[in-house]
Design a protein around this ligand. Structure first.
Ligand SMILES: [Zn+2]
Length: 423
């Protein structure tokens, strides 16, 4: 029942092609796996059309099931997708790009864009008869997979490393997933490789180095961000589409969506993709022209934990190159300030990793790469409730008032702050 419209797979790097019947996982193209590994991408029937079930699924991303590897009536869905595209003029003016809009992926069922991946991955896993889905993640990916596994009545195993904590791990446990903490980070992948081999678990995340990205069928779910954006922008792509990037699953998926829309003639111009990254892995490869991505550690612990891994993958590099895009390293400087500025000026409270695109846009504008009149979309990938443990310092100045008179005295003393402009 799965892969209803998928007719085969192709390697993003060496272009080797494979039949739709291959046993697919997240270890990349068999032909180039040992030398320069890359993820695969499904190919669809040229005349693919939405299924009968897509009409009933019109309130979720499954209305686009003709470009997904599973039909809508087989989907494990929580109503994901169709997130708002919000004009963000005030923060846009602050950044020098008044035509800024924010795709608010924090509005998904588990409050992150990973739901677009998980709904497809778990649907495919269930259609294949898998009993267990698993991932190496103590963050949004783990929480999302755990929710969709619960919805599908599948077991979910999440490997983490010792000391993982915080709201996202709590969320993973609430959905009933089995959490397996390991002292050595790399053991997370080893355990998943053993589980795939010995027990046939469906592994959603990467589990082999060098990393190529997550399961290619799940990545297809991210294409729907491009489909929604073009609808929300009245049939046009933006000039720039900026995302937080680590392995580049979402970047690669969104770019694939734009390419499909271009090939269909729905859009006449492609956007330039921008990766906001932590360690500069992609920026370095772009500047040197190398096809190989080095593991880079900037020597600091990033507050943007959702994209903090020191690795990236070829799929991200290819999307940036093919779109004439760029990668901007973002460290911790100004991150919390930008998060609060966005919340104060637009009413959007985003995870710290999710505001890295705004810092990248600021830099590209100041360098004159982005023009002031350009149409820019920043994809805010998750809610600010996800990493409150990192973004909030307990204030020593919290006060309570014995009476409303005291409260008004205090408000009077703080009148200047109350009247100050927000941006
Ligand atoms: Zn290949």
């Amino acid at each position: 029942m799965d892969r209803s419209q998928v007719v085969g797979f192709a390697c993003l790097r060496c272009e080797a092609s494979y039949p739709a019947t291959i046993e697919l996982d997240s270890t990349g193209c068999p032909a180039c796996r040992e030398t320069a590994p890359s993820n695969l991408r499904p190919c669809y029937a040229a005349a693919a059309t939405p299924s009968a079930g897509a009409q009933r699924a019109r309130h979720s991303l499954w209305r686009y099931d003709h470009v997904l590897p599973c039909a809508a009536h087989d989907a494990v869905s929580l109503g994901e997708g169709l997130t708002p595209l919000t004009e963000a003029t005030r923060i846009g003016r602050y950044l020098g790009v008044p035509n800024l809009a924010i795709k608010d992926e924090g509005r998904n069922p588990t409050w992150s864009h990973k739901d677009r991946f998980s709904t497809v991955a778990v649907s495919v896993a269930r259609a294949r008869g898998s009993r267990v889905v698993a991932t190496a993640s103590s963050g949004n990916a783990g929480a999302s997979l755990a929710a969709y596994a619960a919805r599908a009545d599948l077991r979910c195993v999440v490997t983490t490393f010792t000391g993982s904590a915080g709201p996202m791990l709590a969320q993973i446990r609430k959905y009933g997933a089995t959490v397996v903490p390991l002292v050595d980070k790399m053991d997370r992948w080893t355990l998943l490789a053993q589980a795939a081999e010995r027990h046939g678990w469906f592994i959603a995340s990467p589990y082999r180095a060098p990393v190529v990205g997550s399961h290619p069928l799940g990545i297809e779910g991210y294409k729907t961000i491009a489909y929604e954006l073009v609808e929300q922008l009245d049939g046009q792509a933006p000039d720039w589409c900026v995302l937080p990037v680590c392995y580049g699953d979402a970047l690669s998926g969104v770019w694939a969506g734009f390419l499909e829309l271009f090939a269909q003639g729905t859009i006449v111009k492609l956007p330039r993709m921008v990766a906001a990254e932590v360690h500069g892995t992609l920026a370095r490869a772009l500047s040197t022209g190398s096809d190989m991505l080095e593991e880079r550690d900037g020597g600091f612990e990033s507050l943007a934990v959702s994209i903090g891994a020191p690795r990236s993958a070829y799929q991200a590099l290819k999307a940036l190159r093919d779109s004439s895009g760029c990668a901007i390293p973002v460290n911790n400087d100004g991150l919390v300030d930008m998060q609060e500025r966005l919340a104060r000026s637009e009413g959007l409270f985003a995870e710290l990793a999710s505001v890295t695109p705004l810092l990248a846009i600021s830099r590209l504008r100041s360098e004159g790469v982005i023009a002031s009149h350009d149409r820019v979309v920043a994809v805010v990938t998750a809610s600010g409730l996800k990493d409150l443990d990192r973004s909030v310092e307990q204030s020593a100045n919290d006060v309570s008032f014995q009476s409303t008179d005291r409260a008004w005295e205090w408000l009077g003393r703080n009148r200047a702050a109350l009247m100050a402009p927000q941006v």
